[in-house]
Design a protein around this ligand. Structure first.
Ligand code: C2E
Ligand code: CA
Ligand code: CA
Length: 515
């Protein structure tokens, strides 16, 4: 809904387009004179009053020549279908008037930092300001819509040219507007936007659904590249879009039939060489495409709103695995299960996890819930905090994933009640020959120990990295150099073959990849 007018965004956009139609405006005096000559006084008066009112509504009276008008802003976040309808209407308008359009999808990279440092209220204000700025940077009848927590979609009003040059200059304007410092309550905050573009000429099909999917795909590629990146959809990305689309249609069946289930990657105790646990890492055993990794299908699961179902499958398989290891006499202290921000934002998440655990009659301490550092930065989010606190209270372990990649301090994490931090792979890769990494990891280990938080080094690949970490006293290790993730069926044989090590033996241990 547009602000204050009570008319839908598409009708308002159409009215604005009509007001920009110069031919129609040239006919207007003829209409007024005709009504006057025919003696239709009321109609004459109505026509005379109507035009200035419409122009004023459109913001075109009293504007300096050459000044740009702010575009049309749709304040309320819209669902996907409403978005598609707006793009469909714009495309129909383009056909009628021999014009073209483009869809841009912007996502703010670092909103969670504002969120974590200053709370949701401030980050909401930041997002409001960002949307306002994008709106001001756009022209006339362009439509700006907020999507989700940190996104905005811009639909260009029908225009003569929307090729890459033109669209890139618009994108530059948007990025420049977003990058200006935002001052809120005495603070100066800077954020950046990644942008995915789909111009009509490059669209895989001429429909709102296709253009939005293509802009999403381009945005995903941009985000893989990192901060501030811009990517325009091109036909090479088409295969990805088609696969995503196909996967989206198959998710329900795949979840139901058990095609989507976790593999398990061992974690070992660095001193003894015994199993410290396993991490459950989801895989899709796709009948045609083979084994798919999370990066290939998690975004599709998320867009399809199936994160909770995925979480349940992984949790159930992990509890089944623990039961089976116990029965086989293999000592596995705990299994780590990854949960995403979306899963944690689901108000019933903790309740469901606790219910599953009860059904399996399992000790809560056997399950480690792996949360990302960015989650601890969302401590103003009630639903997330309620879930985390409920899980902790119920006795689950909390592992902090990818530590060092976000902006959280160890002191902040300690407040959160995390049991163990998992030092990110980026600090582990090449640690044996990098004194800076050694210093960072040593500092993390020292601080964590003084706060009674356990530590695990992720992504240990080489014997040299392993030896360095053991020497530094890192208690737990995980990585392809210990063993790669493997299907459950292979875990028992792997565990039986594992010999507990002395320190010296561990230093010389060779990788034993399985899958
Ligand atoms: P993560 O939680 O950081 O998991 C570790 C990732 O690093 C895994 O990738 C693992 O296979 C990979 N890895 C382990 N050791 C090494 C190593 O020595 N070298 C290298 N280069 N990589 C190593 P994977 O399985 O592709 O998972 C990627 C991400 O997907 C995970 O990152 C996690 O964030 C997410 N994920 C996986 N399973 C689930 C799940 O069940 N639910 C949710 N929400 N997310 C999941
Ligand atoms: Ca993890
Ligand atoms: Ca990790």
């Amino acid at each position: 809904m547009s602000h204050g007018t009570g008319i839908g965004p598409t009708s308002l956009a159409r009215l604005r387009a009509a007001l920009r139609n110069v031919e129609w405006l040239l006919l207007y005096p003829v209409l007024v004179t005709g009504a006057w000559l025919l003696g239709l006084e009321a109609l004459t008066m109505a026509l005379v009053i109507l035009l200035p009112v419409l122009l004023a509504l459109d913001g075109r009276l009293g504007r300096r020549p050459g000044a740009q008008s702010a575009s049309h802003l749709v304040v309320q976040p819209l669902d996907r279908l409403a978005l598609q309808r707006i793009v469909d209407d714009t495309l129909a308008d383009c056909t009628r008037r021999d014009r073209t359009t483009a869809v841009l999808h912007a996502q703010i990279d670092d909103l969670h930092i504002a969120d974590g440092e200053w709370g949701t209220e401030i980050s909401e204000k930041v997002m409001d300001r960002v949307i306002q700025r994008i709106t001001t940077a756009m022209r006339g009848a362009d439509i700006v819509m907020r999507t989700g927590y940190d996104g905005a979609v811009v639909v260009l009003a029908p225009t003569r040219r929307a090729d890459l040059d033109v669209v890139m200059s618009i994108v530059d304007r948007i990025q420049a507007a977003v990058a200006q410092p935002i001052s809120i309550e005495g603070r100066s905050i800077r954020v950046h936007a990644c942008i995915g573009i789909c111009s009509e000429g490059m669209a895989p099909a001429r429909s709102g659904a296709a253009m939005l999917a293509a802009a999403d795909c381009a945005l995903r590629m941009a985000r893989q590249q990192g901060n501030d990146a811009i990517r325009a959809f091109n036909p090479d990305m088409q295969a990805q879009v088609e696969t995503d689309h196909r996967l989206a249609l198959q998710i329900d069946d795949a979840l139901e039939s058990g095609q989507i289930r976790p593999w398990f990657q061992p974690q070992i105790n660095a001193l003894t060489g015994c199993i410290a646990g396993f991490e459950a890492l989801v895989r899709w055993h796709h009948p045609d495409l083979g084994i798919l990794s999370p990066a290939q299908f998690l975004p599709t699961i998320h867009s399809a709103g199936k994160s909770a179902e995925l979480g349940e499958q992984v949790l159930k398989a992990s509890l089944d695995a623990l039961t089976a290891w116990d029965a086989a006499g293999i000592d596995v202290p705990c299994v780590g299960v990854n949960v995403s921000l979306e899963q944690l934002a689901d108000p019933r998440m903790a309740e469901r996890v606790i219910w599953q655990l009860d059904r399996h009659d399992m000790e809560p301490g056997r399950l480690a819930i792996e949360i990302l550092e960015t989650v601890t930065l969302r401590d103003a989010d009630e639903a997330i905090m309620r879930n985390v606190m409920a899980l902790r209270k119920a006795g689950f372990r909390l592992d902090l994933d990818d530590f060092g990649t976000g902006a959280a301090s160890i002191a902040h994490i300690a407040k959160f009640g995390v049991h163990r931090i998992k030092i990110d792979r980026s600090f582990v890769a090449g640690i044996d020959s990098d004194p800076t990494k050694q210093e960072i990891v040593r500092a993390i280990l020292g601080l964590a120990e003084s706060l009674s938080i356990e530590t695990l080094a992720e992504g240990v690949e080489t014997p040299e990295e392993k030896a360095t970490l053991v020497e530094m006293g890192c208690p737990h290790l995980q990585g392809d150099g210990i063993a790669r993730p493997m299907p459950f069926e292979k875990t028992t044989a792997w565990a039986r073959a594992l010999q507990p090590h002395s320190n010296a033996a561990l230093r010389n241990m060779h990788p034993q990849g399985t899958a």
